[in-house]
Design a protein. Structure first.
Lengths: 225, 183
């Protein structure tokens, strides 16, 4: 790629330098590939959406620094080195794809470890403040992040759950973005994903906590034998 | 044209074969999930009406999307049509194998070669590979490459996926001798 090509990715020289710096930092923590999926939904079911909703997932495929290591291994040092870089790299791409943190209403995260690792390794990269706090800060949210974690072969289908970034129990914003990466994770890799949405599910209409009738097994006695 | 959603995919490859790729190699895809213009009409002999109503608009829609997703000048490109199981492969071919579809992309990318393509009929969530070749010389071996795409919930039986793919460079770590060395 030429220098001109790189420049076209950034507004000015400072952005360009920053982007190159982050790319090198990502390489240093073991990132092989970064994949971004965006999905602009215009209609669903039998109807158009009043306003289109865009959802995006940014995935980093990173070398598992603990693959094959004993379960007594302390995961903290590598977590503190790797997770903050992933949080920055992934949220940079989400805000670029969705028009800024201000446009984002819902968010979530996932990690999938390759077969030569433990689910605990995936968990280490997303379930500590070194990832979660930073994702929350960069996407300007306050909620805890919804998540999924798994161990799988390359090409596995990954559902990334999302909910409202400031009011997690907002039912309209419970949603899942599904993606798969053709060649990841390798046995010695971990896929780390941050995802966000500019709105709710299409045509949300299942009420909310404020509108629910009381439901208990006793109330439903006529339905449940 | 009835579009359900527009999906873009971008990849940055930072290392390959255990060695750094600097700058990162970039590949992008833009996909429109559209209603099959001939859905529910039985066998339609003359497809020209549906082509005229859809093909050029799709080319115009997807071209800026894939170029923006790539974020760099296009050096290799390709296209795809994946037809839902109630349609014919010919329906997908109809939408991508006309100049009125491809010329939007060729013009924007300053390209001259034909776009390599994949066409198939498949259920939602199918994996498909889009072949790409160099935009001005299809014999440039370094730029023969493929990007894989999967959209979990598309195409529905009455839909078609139409996609454009772009790469900003040849394969990461490409090191094959050029075709001319064998001639």
């Amino acid at each position: 790629m030429s220098d001109t090509a790189l420049t076209s990715r950034s507004d000015d020289g400072t952005d360009l330098q920053q982007a190159q710096l982050m790319e090198e930092l990502a390489r240093q923590v073991g990132v092989r590939k970064i994949t971004v999926l965006t999905e602009e939904l215009l209609r669903d079911g039998q109807g158009s959406l009043p306003t289109s909703v865009t959802r995006a997932a940014a995935a980093a495929i990173v070398r598992n620094p603990w693959a094959g290591s004993p379960v007594s291994n302390d995961l903290a040092p590598e977590t503190e080195r790797i997770a903050p870089v992933l949080a920055k790299v992934l949220t940079d791409r989400l805000t670029a794809a969705l028009g800024g943190a201000g446009e984002i209403e819902a968010f979530g995260k996932s990690a999938v470890v390759g077969l030569n690792g433990e689910v605990e390794h995936a968990a280490a990269l997303i379930h500590t403040p070194f990832f979660g706090n930073l994702v929350r800060e960069f996407l300007e949210g306050t909620s805890i992040l919804s998540f999924s974690d798994d161990r799988a072969e390359p090409g596995t289908s990954i559902g990334v759950p999302m909910w409202h970034k400031e009011a997690a129990s907002t039912r309209s914003h419970y949603q899942t973005l599904t993606l798969s990466l053709s060649d990841a994770p390798h046995p010695d890799e971990i896929v780390v994903i941050a995802a966000a949405s500019t709105g709710s599910r299409p045509h949300p209409r299942i009420g909310d906590r404020t509108t629910d009738r009381p439901v208990t097994a006793e109330i439903l006695e006529g339905i449940l034998p | 044209m009835n579009i359900r959603k527009i999906v873009t995919l971008s990849e940055e490859i930072l290392t390959e074969g255990g060695r750094p790729v600097t700058p990162g190699a970039r590949v992008a895809v833009a996909v429109a999930v559209v209603e099959n213009p001939w859905a529910g009409q039985g066998f339609v002999e003359d497809l020209s009406q549906g082509i005229d109503a859809t093909a050029s608009d799709l080319g115009a829609l997807l071209t800026p999307k894939v170029i923006e997703a790539l974020g760099a000048p296009v050096e290799a490109y390709g296209k795809a049509a994946i037809v839902g199981i109630e349609g014919e492969v010919e329906h997908g071919s109809a939408l991508i194998h006309t100049l009125k579809f491809g010329d939007h992309y060729r013009k924007a990318a300053s390209a001259t070669t034909l776009l390599p393509a994949v066409e198939k009929r498949a259920p939602a969530g199918t994996v498909f590979d889009i072949p790409m070749k160099h935009i001005t010389d299809a014999t440039i071996r370094s730029h023969h490459q493929t990007v894989e795409v999967r959209i979990a919930d598309a195409p529905h039986p009455g839909e078609i996926l139409i996609a454009l793919a772009a790469s900003a460079q040849g394969r990461p770590q490409e090191r094959l001798a050029p075709l001319s060395t064998e001639q």
